[in-house]
Design a protein around this ligand. Structure first.
Ligand code: COA
Length: 306
C-alpha cells in the first residue's frame, strides 16, 4: 500500500459535521411538517394538525441551523397577564445536553415576560427546569389505551341534566374551567370547544362538571375535565369512552388513585407514563385539596396546555 493510499483511507475514518450556528425564529415562520418531524424525532405522538392547533392558540420560537432546518422548539400560552403555560420544548436528539434547551427556555421567559409560569416536565427536562428555579408541584399520570365502553357507566345518581355541550355554553365552560385551573383560559377554551365534543353536567342550570374530547396524536384525548367529585367526573367522561369504544383514548390526570382512576383502568386507560407539573411564581391548585364550592381539574387539556 502506498503512503498516499493509507493517508486517504485514514482521513475517511471521521468527519466533524456538527460545527454550525443556530438562530432563533418565530415558530410561525416554519413549515408545520418541520415541527412534526422534530416531535417525531423525540418519539412524541403529535400530528401536524396538533402543532397547527397549538400555533393557533399560542406563541413559540424555533432554533434553526444555517440552512433553515428546525433543531429545537419551545412554545408558550399566555393565559393572563399573571400566568403563561410553557410547552413543546424540544431539541433535536443529536443536539441534546449541549445547552440548546436552556437557551430556548431563557429566550421564552424573556419573550413572554410573564410574572408566572406553569409547565409539565418530562424526566429529560426536569433538571433543566429546576436549574431555572421552577418548583416541583405534582405528578401527572398519562393514562391511555383502547377504550372499553362497556365498563364505563355514568354513576352520578342525582345529576339533573347530563347533555352535550354546545356553543352557547362557552361562557359557562370558560368559567367552570377557570374556577378549577385558577385563571380564565378564554382563547384556549374557545378554540378547544370548537375542536371538541363535550359533555356537561348541570344542576339547577349551573354547569357543575364538564369533559371535552378531541382528535389528538394516536387517537383522541379527553380534557380538560372539571368536576367537584369523582362521580361527576366519571359521569361526564363516560359518554366519551363509550363513543370511542375500541379506539385509542388518552387522559392526563393528577389523580394517583381513587374511584376516578379505577374507572379509567376499567375503561381501558392504563398508566403509560408520568410527567411532573412545575411552576415558577404561579399558584397551583392541588386537585386533592378540596375547597367547598370550587371544582377541580380531573384531566389536563394537554401536557402543553396544563
Ligand atoms: C428536555 C430537552 C428539551 C432538554 O434539551 P437540551 O438541549 O438537552 O438541554 P440542555 O442541553 O440545555 O440541558 C439542560 C439540563 O438538562 C440536562 N439534561 C439534558 N438532557 C438530559 C437527559 N436526557 N436526562 C437528564 N438530564 C438531561 C443537562 O445535563 C442540563 O443539566 P445541567 O444544566 O445540570 O447540566 C431535550 O432533552 C428534549 O428535547 N427531550 C425530548 C423532549 C422532551 O422531553 N421535552 C421536554 C418537554 S417538558
Amino acid at each position: 500500500m502506498s503512503s498516499e493510499t493509507s493517508m486517504n483511507s485514514s482521513s475517511l475514518e471521521s468527519l466533524a459535521v456538527d460545527v454550525f450556528e443556530m438562530r432563533l425564529a418565530d415558530i410561525n415562520t416554519v413549515d408545520v411538517t418541520q415541527l412534526h418531524a422534530l416531535s417525531i424525532a423525540v418519539g412524541w405522538p403529535h400530528r401536524a394538525e396538533d402543532w397547527q392547533f397549538m400555533r393557533g392558540v399560542g406563541r413559540g420560537i424555533v432554533a434553526l441551523d444555517e440552512i433553515g432546518r428546525v433543531l429545537g422548539s419551545a412554545m408558550w400560552f399566555p393565559y393572563t397577564e399573571t400566568l403563561a403555560a410553557i410547552g413543546m420544548v424540544i431539541t433535536s436528539p443529536r443536539l441534546q445536553a449541549l445547552g440548546t434547551g436552556q437557551w430556548l427556555m431563557k429566550r421564552v421567559m424573556m419573550e413572554c415576560d410573564g410574572p408566572g409560569y406553569r409547565l409539565n416536565a418530562t424526566r429529560a427536562a426536569f433538571r433543566l427546569y429546576l436549574s431555572l428555579d421552577f418548583n416541583q408541584r405534582k405528578t401527572v399520570f398519562q393514562c391511555q389505551g383502547r377504550a372499553s365502553g362497556s365498563e364505563a357507566r355514568p354513576v352520578s345518581a342525582d345529576a339533573v341534566e347530563l347533555r352535550p355541550l354546545v356553543e352557547a355554553d362557552l361562557a359557562r365552560v370558560i368559567d367552570c374551567d377557570a374556577r378549577a385551573f385558577g385563571v380564565r383560559r378564554t382563547a384556549l377554551i374557545t378554540a378547544l370547544l370548537q375542536q371538541s365534543s363535550g359533555y356537561g353536567l348541570f344542576r339547577s342550570d349551573q354547569l357543575e362538571a364538564l369533559a371535552l374530547c378531541r382528535r389528538f396524536g394516536r387517537g383522541h384525548v379527553i380534557g380538560p375535565v372539571v368536576a367537584s367529585c369523582d362521580e361527576d367526573a366519571i359521569a361526564v367522561v363516560a359518554p366519551h369512552v363509550a363513543a370511542h369504544e375500541g379506539h385509542f383514548l388518552r387522559l392526563d390526570t393528577h389523580f394517583e388513585a381513587g374511584q376516578f382512576r379505577s374507572f379509567l383502568a376499567a375503561a381501558g386507560l392504563s398508566l403509560f407514563d408520568t410527567v411532573t407539573t412545575m411552576s415558577l411564581r404561579a399558584e397551583f391548585f392541588d386537585p386533592n385539596q378540596r375547597v367547598v364550592g370550587r371544582p377541580v381539574t380531573y384531566a389536563l387539556a394537554s401536557q402543553a396546555f396544563g
